[in-house]
Design a protein around this ligand. Structure first.
Ligand SMILES: *Cc1c(COP(=O)(O)O)cnc(C)c1O
Length: 219
């Protein structure tokens, strides 16, 4: 299977309201060009350096999503061009995004990452803390940061019921938060192994890597 064929098949399987972020981390520019060649514009990376290198080398029409954990001291590198930051999980990081967005005279769109997985993970905010950060954002504390939704990663398990429970929990939190902020439109959940289930549970933004580009080789 080729990249463009994989991508087209997944695109065709998703309904029009679902944004497909093609996760191109570790993959060469040629792979991204192949996907771009069939009209795909949304790509996701999880490393700032790699994202910046690809941004420089590839067409400027690409919308770059930073999907992984973002360190505060690296915000400045992506602030001029990033399309959406998926994994905002602290006030400190939000403050830095505000500062760099202001310096670049732009508004940066973000998702607040909620910790939905039951497994041990450092990333994402528990629901209560996510509520607090969303309140601060809604109150206009960060005028150059626009929160447009939420992101979550389910536990890495074969247990479909558990994954479903985690996704459904985030969907219902999303629904409640939408009543407080009508700008919340994006619910980013689902990867290669669970994006169909995620969409069934209300996701409208999926981050799919290996199912498009093949397995990653980290060596
Ligand atoms: C790598 C990654 C993905 C894509 O993973 P696949 O299983 O290859 O689809 C999605 N989301 C995040 C945050 C990632 O780091």
């Amino acid at each position: 299977m080729s990249i463009s064929k994989n991508l087209q098949e997944i695109k065709d399987s998703l309904n029009a309201g679902v944004t497909l972020v093609a996760v191109s981390k570790t993959k060469p520019n040629e792979s991204i060009e192949e996907a771009y060649g069939i009209g795909h514009h949304d790509f996701g990376e999880n490393k700032v350096q790699e994202l910046c290198d690809k941004y420089e080398a590839l067409p400027k029409a690409i919308k770059w999503h930073l999907i992984g954990h973002l360190q505060t001291n690296k915000v400045k590198y992506i602030a001029p061009f990033v399309h959406l930051i998926h994994a905002v999980d602290s006030r400190k990081l939000t403050k830095e995004i505000q500062k760099r967005a202001g310096q670049n005279e732009r508004t940066i769109d973000i998702l607040v990452q909620v910790r939905i997985a039951k497994e041990e993970t450092k990333f994402g905010l528990p629901y209560e803390e996510a509520s607090d950060l969303l309140s601060a954002l809604n109150a206009g504390e960060f005028p150059n940061v626009r929160v447009i939704g939420l992101m979550g990663m389910a536990t890495n398990t074969e247990n479909q019921e558990q994954i479903k429970e985690e996704f459904t929990g985030l969907k219902s939190f999303f629904h409640k938060q939408q009543k407080l902020n009508p700008n919340l439109t994006a619910l980013s959940m689902g990867m290669s192994g669970d994006y169909q289930l995620a969409v069934e549970c209300g996701s409208n933004m999926v981050r799919v890597g290996s199912a498009i580009f093949g397995a990653r080789n980290y060596n």
